[in-house]
Design a protein around this ligand. Structure first.
Ligand code: SAH
Length: 248
């Protein structure tokens, strides 16, 4: 997923990076140029990945893009004070494969890589929507890669992780439990945060005029835990009962 990319060439090059590593799904969020995937520069840079570029989905918000996604990695060139747990790109790619495996035959295996705008990167709000954060350990004196090159590095890591899992698959199948609790999707988790926030405001615990960093801290806490579908339902149940009790 590319959030607000500015340069059509980067969108085309990202499509190429994905296709060369065996992936085909590109999502563009609120591009600076409306029909960016049809721009000549994008098509030229996509080269033989013109099919991936043409099939790219364009959506308005990252929330839309993450609907149905169960595990997402935010790629950032800078470190962030808040946000989900930070992982090395290799570890993040391996974890993504575990989620992809879990979802086989179901819909809980959709994972996403989330990249930011060329100039400003990802907003803190967008980073906080993701399940994990990864930084490519580049030269500390100049660590900002070109957008499509960052896509290439992560797509390569994901490919390596998938290849080594495929080789080891009988062993992995033997050791993994048959019933894995389904993880919560991004939209379920966002719905829970909205519900929880409403309950905390109604309780006067959260002052909307002066929210400080309460929701960011709660997001960080919950993203460390790896929320399951059922756990999100319990938290929503608690929020619902707080609201009912106060309104009585
Ligand atoms: N100046 C921006 C960098 C934008 S580069 C900033 O400070 O955030 C465009 C995108 O490429 C970034 O949003 C990120 O998703 C990715 N990227 C670039 N360098 C990266 C790095 N070293 N590690 C992880 N992602 C990186």
């Amino acid at each position: 997923m590319l959030v607000e990319p500015s340069h059509p060439g980067n969108v085309g090059a990202a499509a190429r990076a994905l296709k060369t590593m065996g992936f085909s799904r590109l999502v563009v969020v609120a591009p600076k140029i409306a029909f960016v995937t049809r721009e000549p520069e994008a098509i030229a840079m996509a080269s033989g990945a013109d099919d991936v570029l043409a099939a790219a989905q364009v959506v308005e918000t990252l929330a839309d893009a993450l609907t149905g996604v169960h595990w997402s990695i935010a790629l950032t060139a800078r470190s962030r004070e808040y946000g989900p747990p930070q992982m090395a790109p290799r570890a993040a790619a391996e974890k993504a494969c575990e989620f992809a495996d879990q979802g086989q035959g179901g819909n809980s295996g959709v994972i996403a890589l989330v990249f930011g705008n060329e100039r400003v990167g990802l907003s803190n709000a967008d980073v906080e929507r993701c399940s994990a954060l990864a930084h490519i350990p580049a030269n500390p004196a100049y660590s900002s890669l070109n957008l499509a090159q960052a896509v290439q590095v992560l797509a390569y890591e994901l490919r390596l992780a998938l290849l080594s899992r495929a080789e080891a698959s009988p062993a992995i199948a033997a050791e993994s439990p048959t019933t894995v609790a389904p993880s919560a999707s991004s939209d379920e988790i966002e719905g829970m945060y909205a519900h929880l926030e409403e309950a905390l405001v109604t309780l006067d615990f959260l002052d909307p005029a002066n929210p400080k960093k309460l929701m960011s801290r709660l997001r960080r806490l919950f993203s460390r835990s790896g929320l399951e579908h059922e756990e999100v339902n319990i938290l929503r149940g608690i929020a619902k009962h707080i609201l009912l009790k106060i309104k009585q």
